[in-house]
Design a protein around this ligand. Structure first.
Ligand code: HPA
Length: 323
């Protein structure tokens, strides 16, 4: 197995960087090395050489999941910081630790559990990511969106996303829910940079409607029926991990953002590229534009997210039922 000499930098990136190569040892027959050398076009991530193209990785990973879970999930769910409880609403048929899944990065953030949950909500088959991958963790944008593309390969057609976000719209307060109607992704790296795989989607995908209008209308109605107040607005995606300076919050608001966060837009771009319909919702966990002298902490974000979580879960659950 000459492929086993493929290099990975353990000291800089931890064991996850080695896992795809480890899978060559563990599954030499299931995942025969193609001998291809692949470079994603990014300089700042852990793999300068990969034995598999992204397409091959996606095929291998989705086959690995299919071998463990013989049903086709219809809905994909990505849960944000402190918002993982929706997965406890799943009639779980299978859970798979990210650490077991070939080509998956491992989540490092507090509040993210790091497992794939497969099962049923409201009678529909779902696959939920309990723990997502953020660009600020050091993953390449293409790695951040790898699980989203994998969901597509599993047969998922609808993606539901939640996140914690800082409010910039002056009518927002901590604990509010915001349906994302559009996003601004100019402040983070586009995950489609690099070679395009036509088998996944177009080189220049349209982004005039990344968030499905019918799902937005449905969610609004569901929230009304459940007596849950929801706002609607534009999510500005940033890399983090710093929270924004006061001047940055003001700039993002002037640029058209109602809320700001460190996730979601890369996932949504990859999902739209791959032809999935997307619905996303933010929990406003802190207020960016404010007079007083308070600082923002990750703990505060997790606390506010957990407080608002039941409302979000109720809407997501009903939305899934009505798909
Ligand atoms: N800024 C960026 N990301 C966030 C924030 C914020 O204020 N709150 C929660 N995630």
């Amino acid at each position: 197995m000459s492929q086993k000499v493929a290099k990975c930098n353990i000291t800089q990136f931890g064991r996850s960087a080695c896992r795809p190569f480890l899978s060559l040892y563990l599954h030499p027959f299931k995942y025969p090395a193609s001998g291809k050398i692949f470079s994603s076009g990014h300089q700042n991530h852990q793999f300068s050489f990969m034995p598999f193209t992204i397409l091959e990785q996606l095929q291998q990973t989705s086959q690995f999941i299919k071998d463990k879970y013989p049903y086709q999930p219809e809905v994909g769910i990505v849960l944000g910081s402190g918002l993982g409880n929706l997965s406890s609403e799943i009639d779980v048929e299978r859970e798979i630790d990210y650490s077991e899944i070939p080509h998956f990065p491992v989540s490092t953030v507090e509040g993210h559990h790091g497992k794939l949950v497969l099962g049923k909500i409201s009678g529909k088959r779902v696959v939920a990511m309990n723990g997502r991958f953020h660009y600020y963790e050091g993953y390449a944008a293409q790695q951040v969106v790898f699980p989203i593309r994998m969901m597509k390969f599993l047969g998922v057609s609808t993606l539901l996303i939640s996140n914690a976000a800082g409010g910039m719209n002056s009518s927002f307060k901590v604990g509010d829910l915001m349906i994302i109607s559009d996003h601004i992704s100019l402040f983070t790296v586009n995950p489609l940079i690099g070679k395009n795989h036509e088998e996944i989607g177009l080189r220049f995908p349209d982004m005039s409607d990344p968030y499905n209008k019918q799902l937005i209308v449905k969610a609004r109605k569901i929230a009304g029926d459940l007596n849950i107040a929801v706002k609607e607005g534009v999510y500005a995606g940033v890399t983090g991990p710093t929270f924004e300076t006061r001047a940055e919050y003001r700039l993002l608001h002037i640029a058209g953002g109602d809320a700001v966060g460190m996730s979601t837009v890369q996932e949504v771009i990859a999902a739209v590229h791959a032809g999935m319909q997307v619905f996303a919702m933010s929990v406003i966990t802190d207020i960016g534009i404010r007079e007083e002298e308070n600082t923002i902490t990750h703990e505060e974000v997790l606390y506010a997210a957990a407080e608002a979580e039941p409302k979000l879960t109720a809407i997501f659950k009903q939305l899934i039922a009505e798909l």
